[in-house]
Design a protein around this ligand. Structure first.
Ligand code: ZN
Ligand code: ZN
Length: 132
């Protein structure tokens, strides 16, 4: 796990924890408000507590969602399938981790890395496949 991933991971956990804690505070306030409804304390206190609880709970929910939502553009890179055995390999793999066959080929002219099914080198334009 890279440092960047670690950072976003802990930030998310922090958001989730904070959101849950704030939600609990909100729920407690609502509960106290409801409990006070049974008593004859001032109406403003009862409704004030209930409304404060709902608002705080809502803020907590925002944190929970922020903690849960997936990072855009930070998802794991797509694996590359081996042309020979179909094994998904990490991108930029030079050889298949299952069968050991090369995942990329090099241009005979300029040495640029090419896709296995490339017909022409996209760096120098030379033909790299005889059947092309
Ligand atoms: Zn393979
Ligand atoms: Zn080339």
């Amino acid at each position: 796990m890279s440092d960047k991933e670690k950072k976003s991971f802990t930030a998310k956990k922090f958001c989730l924890g904070l959101g849950l804690a704030v939600n609990i505070i909100g729920l407690v306030l609502i509960a106290v408000g409801i409990a006070l409804l049974m008593t004859d304390s001032a109406l403003e206190i009862k409704y004030g507590l209930a409304i404060a609880g709902i608002v705080i709970g809502f803020v907590g929910l925002i944190f929970v969602f922020a903690g849960l939502k997936k990072d855009k553009g930070e998802k794991a890179p797509e694996p590359v399938k081996c042309k020979y055995c179909g094994e998904p390999n990490p991108p930029q793999s030079k050889f298949c981790r299952k069968c050991g066959k090369p995942m990329v080929k090099k241009c005979v002219n300029c040495g640029a890395e090419l896709d296995m099914d490339a017909k022409y080198c996209n760096t120098c334009g030379v033909r790299v496949r005889k059947d092309a």
